[in-house]
Design a protein around this ligand. Structure first.
Ligand code: JHZ
Ligand code: SAH
Ligand code: ZN
Length: 403
């Protein structure tokens, strides 16, 4: 039995993925030999409905001066964050001289908009290499892990915040009660917290188990988010589904009683109950679908190998680390993975050691099959690769070949 990080009740993990490396721990050939692995298990708490990792590596092992994920590698995501910023500005920043804070601002993909509008802003970003990119764009950034203490320091230097935004970060933080307390003190009376993360409803529907890796300690639903923030005097006032990252949810919260609660919250919670996000049976069934996906993918790639086909991968995503290690797919089955991120190129993927190469190598390879590891960017990538003559492989929502 494990203890829930939110409500401290006991829960039993429903799946184990075995030993997994740091998802973004791309390694140089010469550094092979002492990679870190942790036992990756996931459980659902029946009291607060939070789905969570049982263990997670220390934060500095994941987020440091060598962090390999740069947000601005997707032009679609840049557009998404521009719209996100516009929504915040037009809905919640009507007062004089507003101030916004972003947690996990990475290379500045969201805050660049506020900077361009001359709105007072602050990014809190512990991975110094990505924070440096944001700073070079003129975005005000501190290199820190946000928590309750940092929130107090921000108040003494800048005053309270009108909006606290964060995307694909909240679900990364096991000390989430400290985050919630920090946000609660940092927000002005009418201030809002607006955050988005991959949605448990989409993971359940698509069996997109590759959302599970070291960095993602929580898999949120409206039920679990509401429970968590009510513990801190905050209210879930809106929830809006997003297509990004394979299906995400944007949650808006405020001090209790400060705003009317949108009907969308009640509707979403009803829907979550109807699809069984509060029911352990559904997680057991998800496990069965994940196991089938594993067998299907391994068998497909093995059979292509025996036919002598050339198979490569597209996008050395964090998600791919789970697929490769869980399904036992190495360089014998996938020759290389192409990725546009310079820091990943010339290195090996964590655990399974598939070479990561530049985009030009993908074009030159003329591969028969390409595994789309960045399946969440499918629209963007299909537009870009309309000339590719080979076939694509995806595992979402089930293992299949498409053209
Ligand atoms: P992408 C990361 O997940 C980690 P990942 C993190 N934990 C999280 O939650 C989300 O981001 C937000 C490359 N690429 O976005 C760039 C191409 O090569 O699916 C990236 O390395 N060509 C914070 O790593 C990778 O693919 C392209 O045309 O799963 C995409 O990574 C495009 C569009 C991307 O996130
Ligand atoms: N918001 C961006 C980046 C997501 S990557 C996007 O959606 O694309 C997750 C980021 O969270 C990393 O850059 C990591 O360094 C940062 N992070 C992790 N823990 C954090 C904490 N406690 N406070 C602030 N940022 C944190
Ligand atoms: Zn719980």
């Amino acid at each position: 039995m494990s203890l829930c990080l939110i409500c401290n009740n006991e829960y039993k993990p429903f799946i184990s993925f075995g030993p997994q490396p740091i998802a973004n721990g791309f390694i140089k050939m010469e550094d092979l030999g002492n990679e870190y692995f942790f036992d990756m298990q996931v459980g659902h708490c029946e009291v607060c409905n939070m789905v969570q990792l049982v263990d997670q590596p220390d934060r500095e092992q994941m987020f440091n001066s060598n962090y390999a994920f740069f947000s601005s590698t997707s032009t679609y995501m840049a557009k998404h964050f521009q719209q996100f910023a516009e929504t915040i500005k037009s809905t919640y920043l009507q007062n004089d001289n507003p101030f916004v804070v972003e947690m996990g601002s990475n290379d500045g993909i969201m805050l660049q908009n506020f900077k361009n509008w001359n709105i007072r802003h602050l990014g809190v970003e512990p991975s110094s290499n990505v924070a440096d990119v944001a700073r070079s764009k003129g975005i005000n950034t501190i290199v820190e892990f946000f928590d309750e203490e940092v929130a107090k320091n921000i108040i003494s230097e800048y005053g309270k915040a009108d909006a606290f935004m964060t995307a694909n970060v909240m679900c990364h933080i096991p000390y989430i009660h400290s985050i919630a307390k920090g946000i609660k003190t940092l927000l002005s009376d009418n201030g809002v917290l607006c955050f988005e993360d991959p949605y448990m409803g989409d993971i359940m529907e698509k069996a997109s188990y590759d959302q599970i890796y070291d960095e993602h300690v929580f898999f949120f639903s409206a039920m679990s988010v509401k429970y968590l923030f009510e513990m801190h005097g905050m209210e879930l006032i809106d929830a809006a589904h997003q297509t990004t990252h394979g299906g995400s949810m944007r949650y808006t919260l405020a001090h209790k009683g400060a705003y009317n609660v949108s009907k969308s919250v009640e509707d979403l919670i009803e829907k979550e109950k109807s699809i069984g996000l509060n029911n352990s049976k559904n997680y057991a069934e998800l496990k069965t679908r994940i196991e089938k996906s594993k067998t299907d993918l391994y068998e497909l790639l093995s059979s292509l190998k025996s036919q002598g086909k050339k198979v490569v991968g597209y996008g050395a995503t964090s998600k791919s680390t789970t697929i490769l290690n869980y399904c036992n797919i190495g360089p014998d089955l996938i020759e290389f993975i192409s990725d546009t991120t310079p820091i990943k190129q010339g290195k090996l993927t964590p655990g399974m050691h598939i070479p990561v190469k530049e985009y030009n190598d993908f074009i030159a390879s003329d591969a028969d099959y390409t595994v789309l590891f960045a399946w969440n960017h499918k629209t963007e990538i299909m537009e870009k690769e309309s000339k590719y003559k080979g076939k694509w492989i995806t595992h979402v929502p089930f293992v299949q070949v498409f053209e």
